[in-house]
Design a protein around this ligand. Structure first.
Ligand SMILES: Nc1ncnc2c1ncn2[C@@H]1O[C@H](COP(=O)(O)OP(=O)(O)OP(=O)(O)O)[C@@H](O)[C@H]1O
Length: 221
């Protein structure tokens, strides 16, 4: 279970007159689910990067369960993220030369230096649930939609307390998108994970049930 409190978060980039992100206060209860909407360039990716510790918090506070990511260096943020966050990013970051199953297991292997007992069965179960038919297939031969499902399965392995996804249904047709959206929301509900999803997909937004809008870096929940 993970609770989020953001205070006075401001991110600026060179060449932009206005901050890319300016969020005075934003809170999520542990286990909350929220969809993040906003036009291109409104700051969604920047926001997700700050929430997950992928980027340094330049100004203000992003606090998960009392841990302020602004106080952590890059290595500490990476360790915190590996222990707490399941991430589905827009480009899937799958490793070619490895199978679907190996890709799902890879972050866990790096984290624990060896596959933990049960992780393989959990990974196979997630691949089954996400609808990846052949776990041993090399990822470079998967379709975009299948790659997306592998990325979702990888994010869900180990039941992370925080699930963050950036347009997780964007490369899927309506049916596959609905399946992946259902899986994300169902598993978040089952595990009590706090779920934040940047998406324009109306079906997924409805499934999540709550939406926050980003406009030019400002968040309205
Ligand atoms: N490293 C950077 N240097 C300069 N400007 C940046 C940088 N990263 C993002 N920006 C700018 O910050 C703003 C917010 O970008 P961001 O990628 O967060 O938007 P977004 O809502 O995710 O967009 P999209 O939906 O197109 O992915 C944009 O104006 C973008 O050009």
């Amino acid at each position: 279970m993970a609770r989020l409190a953001i205070r006075n978060l401001v991110a600026r980039f060179p060449g932009l007159d206005q901050p890319a992100l300016d969020v005075p206060a934003f809170d999520l209860d542990a286990g909350a689910r929220i969809a993040l909407r906003g036009p291109s360039g409104s700051g969604k990716t920047t926001f997700l990067n700050m929430l997950t510790g992928l980027a340094r918090v330049p100004e203000g506070h992003v606090t998960w369960d009392g841990i302020d990511l602004a106080t952590l260096g890059e290595g500490a943020r990476d360790r915190w993220r590996a222990a707490n966050v399941g991430l589905v990013m827009q480009d899937f970051h799958l490793f070619p030369g490895l199978s679907a199953l190996e890709n799902v297991l890879l972050p866990r292997r790096l984290r624990w230096r060896g596959a933990e007992k049960g992780a393989r069965e959990e990974a196979l179960g997630l691949l089954r649930r996400t609808g990846v038919p052949r776990p041993d297939q090399p990822v470079e031969t998967l379709s975009r939609g299948q790659s997306q499902r592998v990325a979702v399965a990888r994010a869900l392995l180990g039941r992370p307390a925080i699930l963050v996804a950036d347009e997780p249904t964007a490369s899927l047709d309506a049916e596959a998108g609905a399946a992946v959206g259902a899986l994300l929301t169902d598993l978040a509900r089952e595990t009590g994970a706090t779920l934040v999803v940047a998406t324009h997909d109306p079906e997924l937004i409805e499934r999540i049930g709550r939406v926050a809008h980003l406009t030019a870096g400002r968040l309205a929940a």
